[in-house]
Write a protein that binds this ligand. Structure first.
Ligand code: ADP
Ligand code: MG
Length: 579
């Protein structure tokens, strides 16, 4: 029955957990999809802003380059005006204007620096990048490390060739893409991270400290892939193409997911508790009446006719109805059982009255005859009257003794009180009783076959003793106090409930077919004046009042076998004795 409760609560738990898990999964999916889409859109927008910014930068660089290479332009004029100072001043002025970060003009053939805005000291020096400008001739943009005062800085450069007077020149302009520039760009774009990556070198990364620390130096680690939504853009061409990577932090999505998971866990635990509470409440309503029914039905089947299922514990109308129906059925069984016992008892007493009348008549006839003989002898004045008187009086006394015996045994039978059951060991009771009656018979061997670990029986000691005494006496009489007596005790089913069986078997003359049907009838005896015919009738009545059974069978020893079965449980509802 516990399993019914467990099942109910378990089923409710499964339903609740499935509902919570299902809705959590759906919400999680929806929210995370929406957030991913948003992030993706944001990335695309940032990328196009970046592209636009790079285009603008490219246009500014081209414009600067055109001015530098214009043979009649200000740069060429400054060159023609002569002197490194004029060239430097022009270049420095352009840098000051802020549209470019880097500006230089080289002599095409030698690579000698003719003009530079940064570093007057480099004038006349051969530029380290000259080969690159030659190799990548025709390309319009490149990302390179440009030597600067504090080392080298990544820069986006454009260059072109032209002539200053008769000198073929290469003009180079550029904007720095160093960490500061990246950081400014990142801030303008409003993204979490901006990285510049080139082959064979660690990426330059601008972004929050925590974020950059989390992803490490490389943008291609699994950590970076997991933490960032990445949107790359190729910049520059030629022998060293580079990538600008816009990165958006995914951790807010993960944080939202974690929050949903936490919420779900909270809701889940609360629901589980609620489900448990509701489950136990409901289970109580269903299970308690069912348990009560099962218990009462078991007790009823076990012989307890007083057993009833308790009412009022169920909250479910149908179950309450079932309990009520069961109880009224039990009432019916009990009252009809009582009626049956009553009817049996009336029938039994009728039988007894008939037997008693018969038994009373038997001695009365010889008494009447004896009196007649004596009166006749007196009237005839017979000389042997004294002898006749003696003889006939003896006969009368004998019959009177028999009447007395009859009355005694009837009194005993009629006075049979209500059984007062106590828990006792049947084997011990049988042994004691047998010892009283059979120990004197030296020519009788007694065999015992008792099962081990026998349950206790709840019976009236004195009454069961009477039963055993009567059976043993009959057995000894049937074998004329010579032969074998077998006692068997074992557990046995008694009409579907636990019972204990006692067999008393003998090697006597056995029971003829015509006797068998009358065995338990009061005053039936085949022993003439030596018997009362009440022994088995009494045994029968006692066993019935203990809710047991008694029957006669044939014994393997050749004689009769009397088999008694008693319930192990306390028999209740046993009817009161006597009419
Ligand atoms: P009683 O012993 O006074 O005759 P019982 O009621 O004890 O009365 O027995 C009734 C009859 O049943 C006996 O007269 C006898 O014929 C028969 N009977 C009882 N027990 C046995 C037995 N063990 N073997 C053969 N017959 C028996
Ligand atoms: Mg007897």
């Amino acid at each position: 029955m516990t399993s019914l409760r467990t099942w109910l609560v378990g089923a409710l738990l499964v339903v609740v957990l499935m509902a919570v898990a299902g809705s959590t999964a759906t919400t999680m999916n929806e929210v995370s999809n929406r957030l991913e889409e948003d992030l993706e859109g944001e990335g695309r927008r940032a990328l196009s802003s970046l592209r636009a910014e790079l285009q603008q930068t490219g246009a500014a660089l081209d414009n600067e380059l055109d001015q530098l290479l214009d043979p009649r332009g200000p740069a060429a004029r400054a060159d023609a005006a002569g002197g490194a100072a004029a060239r430097y001043l022009y270049a420095a002025g352009r840098l000051e204007a802020g549209r470019v970060d880097l500006l230089k003009v080289l002599e095409s053939d030698s690579g000698t620096i003719l003009m530079s805005g940064h570093w007057p000291a480099t004038l006349g020096v051969v530029d380290a990048g000259v080969t690159r400008y030659r190799t990548d001739a025709g390309t319009s943009a490149i990302v390179v490390d440009e030597p600067v005062s504090r080392g080298a800085a990544a820069s986006l450069q454009r260059w072109g060739t032209g002539r200053w007077g008769s000198t073929p020149v290469v003009a180079v302009v550029g904007r720095f893409l160093d960490e500061d520039a990246l950081e400014r760009m990142r801030a303008r774009l409003g993204v979490d991270l901006l990285a510049l990556c080139r082959k064979g070198a660690p990426c330059l990364i601008a972004g929050g400290e925590e974020l950059t620390a989390a992803i490490g130096a490389s943008m291609s680690t699994p950590e970076a892939a997991a933490r960032l939504s990445r949107h790359p853009l190729t910049v520059g061409q030629g022998s060293s193409p580079a990538e600008l990577i816009v990165g958006l932090d995914r951790s807010p999505i993960e944080a939202v997911k974690a929050a949903i998971r936490r919420r779900a866990l909270g809701v889940g635990s609360a629901s589980v508790l609620l489900a448990l509470a509701v489950g136990f409440f409901l289970a109580g309503g269903v299970v308690r009446p069912v348990e009560a029914l099962a218990r009462a039905a078991g007790d009823l089947a076990g012989g307890d006719l007083d057993a009833r299922a308790e009412t009022g514990s169920g909250r479910i109308g149908e179950l309450e109805g079932l309990v009520d129906a069961f109880n009224s059925m039990a009432d019916d069984i009990q009252s009809s059982q009582e009626k049956l016992v009553q009817a049996e008892r009336v029938a039994a007493w009728r039988e007894i009255a008939r037997g008693l009348a018969h038994e009373l008549r038997n001695p009365l006839t010889p008494i009447q005859a004896a009196m007649d003989v004596m009166r006749k002898a007196r009237r005839l004045d017979r000389p042997d009257f004294d002898d006749i008187l003696e003889e006939q009086a003896g006969a009368v006394i004998e019959e009177v003794i028999r009447l007395k015996k009859l009355s005694d045994s009837f009194a005993q039978f009629a006075r049979l009180p209500d059984p007062e059951p106590e828990e006792l060991d049947l084997a011990e009771l049988v042994d004691r009783t047998v010892a009283l009656y059979a120990s004197g018979d030296e020519e009788v061997t007694i065999d015992r076959r008792y099962a081990t670990a026998l349950p206790a029986v709840s019976v009236d000691r004195a009454q069961i003793q009477t039963v055993v005494t009567n059976l043993v006496k009959n057995a000894l009489e049937a074998m004329n106090h010579q032969g074998r007596l077998l006692l068997v005790i074992r557990t046995d089913d008694l009409e579907g409930r636990a019972g204990i069986e006692l067999r008393v078997e003998d090697s006597g003359h056995g029971i003829p077919e015509d006797v068998r049907t009358k065995l338990f009838t009061p005053y039936f005896t085949t022993k003439g004046s030596r018997g009362t015919g009440l022994g088995l009738a009494m045994a029968h009545r006692i066993v019935l009042e203990h809710q047991g059974t008694i029957e006669a069978a044939e014994s393997e020893l050749g004689g009769a076998a009397f088999v008694i079965r008693l319930p192990v449980r306390r028999p209740s509802g046993a009817a009161p004795p006597g009419p």
